[in-house]
Ligand binder design. Structure first.
Ligand code: B1M
Length: 217
């Protein structure tokens, strides 16, 4: 699986032009999309460690992120499946003050294949924007907030507080992102937490199905 090693190296080096072809070649060689994705996620962890150690800086992190995103585009058709069921609309975004979107985009992909109609508000999304999107879209059953920075975790808390204060009902809130824990999710009143994109889809399905069951009974 030398292609996988090449993918890792080239993501870490931020080679956005090389990564898509390498990902395609790894798939052609029989590599599983899930394994390739895991290698890519691990590479970003290494990039983060190098940033923490002062070996690389923001531009290099940005280039690595671009390389990963280009690779994910090639993987996407192999990761998502068409779901026959409809679980309603999910509003997703990275919370205010935070510009990280790779994890959020992966979660979006997985929720889409689980059967949600996705409305992606992008990054740096204020509580007011989440609320407006819940009002503007039909059949919103889930709000998904992603956050990667410890400094913006309070924005996640504010989003949940303001969603509750708005009086809007009929949806659950799921949170996640590297610094977020189940404990923190409970503390800020989120309905659910997931540590990664795959488990976010499982958790979201369970949350929304449970609320359908309870509202029908
Ligand atoms: Co930034 N950054 N960054 N960065 N960056 C981190 C997060 C950091 C850990 C790096 C480090 O210091 N080791 C650190 C945060 C420290 C902290 O707060 N504890 C950090 C910092 C400090 C910063 C800046 C402040 C740097 C600066 O300017 N001095 C700055 C902040 C800008 C801002 O947001 N306001 C900054 C900027 C950037 C770039 C823009 C250059 C770039 C982002 C580009 C982009 O996203 N388009 C970037 C990158 C690439 C990273 C690292 C290297 C990689 C992040 C990533 O994409 N990981 C990151 C280091 C690291 O993560 N170890 C780092 C891969 C991705 C798949 O994982 O997003 O964790 P992740 O998603 C996971 C799970 O968390 C989960 O599922 C995904 C996997 O399946 N998940 C959810 C995510 N959202 C979820 C939602 C859910 C459920 C699960 O439910 C709704």
């Amino acid at each position: 699986m030398s292609k996988i090693a090449d993918i890792k190296t080239n993501i870490e080096k931020g080679k956005a032009k090389l990564v898509p072809d390498l990902v395609q070649e790894a798939l052609n060689e029989g590599g599983s999309a899930e394994d390739i994705l895991q290698v890519m996620v691990d590479s970003m962890g290494i990039v983060g460690d190098r940033f923490s150690a002062g070996e690389i800086f923001v531009p290099e992190m940005l280039m690595a992120a671009k390389a990963m995103s280009k690779g994910v585009e090639v993987l996407k058709p192999h990761l998502v499946s068409d779901s026959a069921s409809s679980l309603g609309t999910c509003i997703i975004g990275t919370v205010e003050g935070d510009l990280h979107d790779i994890g959020k985009n992966l979660v979006k992909m997985m929720l889409e294949s689980a059967g949600f109609n996705m409305v992606d508000l992008g990054v740096d999304v204020s509580a007011a924007k989440f609320i407006a999107a819940v009002k503007e879209n039909e059949n919103v059953t889930l709000v998904a907030c992603s956050g990667l920075l410890t400094t913006t975790m309070t924005a996640m808390k504010k989003t949940i507080q303001e969603l509750k204060a708005s009086g809007l009902t009929g949806f659950k809130v799921i949170v996640g992102g590297a610094p977020v824990t189940q404990e923190y999710a409970d503390e800020i009143g989120a309905d659910g937490f997931a540590p990664d994109a795959g488990s976010a889809a499982v958790k979201a399905q369970a949350l929304v199905s449970a609320s359908h069951t309870s509202s029908n009974s």
